[in-house]
Each structure stands twice: as structure tokens, then as C-alpha cells.
Ligand binder design. Structure first.
Ligand code: ZN
Length: 76
């Protein structure tokens, strides 16, 4: 198992380094994806949808739910 594996933020597509002492992402269990620290921090109010994000969600089989502001809710 490679402890220095990288993964990609589902929202901004930034490359994240994952390892024993370094974990730059948060797993969104409900979606089966990882998002970066910065996206996680800025999505307490939901994430503004983009065509790219909707496309990735469709590919991953995720149905978006929206909050009252029309932002996509990121499951906790
Ligand atoms: Zn991100």
C-alpha cells in the first residue's frame, strides 16, 4: 500500500496528498468521494454548482440535493 498516494478533490479537482502524516482531504462517505480541506471549509453553506461538477456527479451516480440558496448540499 502506497502511503504517499494522491487523490483528487471531487469539487475543485486539486491533487491531494494522502499519507500517514498528511491527509489533505475529507472523505464524503455518502458520495464515496474526497474533497480538499479548503472546499470542505467553504461548503458549509453548500457548493455552487458548475457544469463540470454536475457532470462528475452524474458519472459518480450522485443525485444532487439543494439547500434554500440553490447550492448543492455536501453531506457531512
Ligand atoms: Zn477542493
Amino acid at each position: 500500500m502506497d502511503v504517499h498516494a494522491t487523490t483528487e478533490c471531487f469539487i475543485c479537482e486539486k491533487t491531494l496528498k494522502m499519507g500517514h502524516h498528511r491527509f489533505e482531504g475529507f472523505g464524503i462517505t455518502d458520495w464515496g468521494v474526497t474533497v480538499c480541506t479548503s472546499c470542505k471549509k467553504h461548503t458549509t453553506d453548500g457548493v455552487v454548482e458548475t457544469p463540470e461538477l454536475l457532470e462528475r456527479m452524474r458519472e459518480a451516480g450522485i443525485a444532487p440535493s439543494y439547500n434554500s440558496k440553490g447550492h448543492i448540499i455536501i453531506p457531512r
